[in-house]
Design a protein around this ligand. Structure first.
Ligand SMILES: [Zn+2]
Length: 233
């Protein structure tokens, strides 16, 4: 019976084919917007993890379906371009978007915070600790030499990740609308093999952001969203 009902539904085009989730629909801007049918980023993969399982369970890692594909593709690319390098992503947004304290944006599923990839004192690529006691990592303060305790920012890995994010975004007909990262560290990012390309092709925020972006880089993806209007259902 269920099979017959499903078959009828397929014939009518009433439901998407199996394994094909509905695409998200976003509205408004990153600063004033919302989203329908958002998806949650996977909490971990072979070379990446969420900043906090608690925060993910609390619904703080939702994104637009296109953004989810871009992020996952970028991590898959990193498995081959820089094998053994691990990454941590941070806050993205709520299931239905909207105000996302303490962030000023992250409202329509197109913003993602990525924690900086780091190497430990032995030079190994490790996940930056992001405990609750450090506000899930956001309270981490790197010094002027891009060091924090025994960790140092892996600018080469970060630059390669931004490059792969851009490539994955373009393959989805998107792009990186804006990248926010500590201005004092930009010369070090641009001194890496991918640096000159990033400097010439990506839109880094020139002004001073409302909060220091030393421990994470914020990315707004270029996603086409409808004008904001009240929820349709
Ligand atoms: Zn952010």
């Amino acid at each position: 019976m269920i099979v017959r009902v499903l078959a009828a539904a397929f014939a009518l085009g009433a439901i998407p084919s199996l394994g094909e989730a509905a695409e998200s629909r976003c509205f408004g801007t990153v600063a004033q917007g919302r989203i329908e049918d958002s998806v949650r980023l996977p909490t971990s993969g072979p070379n990446f993890s969420a900043y906090s399982r608690i925060a993910a369970a609390a619904g703080r890692t939702h994104v637009h379906s296109t953004v989810a594909r871009i992020v996952e593709t970028s991590y898959r690319s990193m498995e081959t371009t820089l094998p053994g390098t691990v990454f941590v992503y941070g806050e993205t947004g709520l299931a239905e978007g909207g105000r996302f304290k303490p962030h000023h944006t992250h409202q329509n599923g197109s913003s993602v915070d990525f924690f900086v990839p780091v190497r430990d004192a032995q030079g190994r690529s490790v996940a930056l600790p992001t405990p609750v006691t450090k506000h899930f990592g956001y309270d981490t303060e790197f010094d002027k030499n891009a060091r924090f305790e025994g960790y140092r920012i892996d600018f080469e890995a970060m630059a390669e990740h931004l490059y792969q994010l851009d490539a994955a975004a373009k393959a989805e007909g998107s792009g990186l609308a804006l990248v926010i990262f500590d201005r004092d560290y930009l010369p070090r990012l641009f001194a890496t093999p991918r640096g000159p390309w990033l400097r010439d092709h990506l839109n880094f925020m020139r002004g001073k952001p409302w909060v220091r972006h030393d421990e994470h880089y914020h990315v707004d993806f270029a996603i086409r969203c409808d004008t904001n209007r009240p929820k349709s259902r």
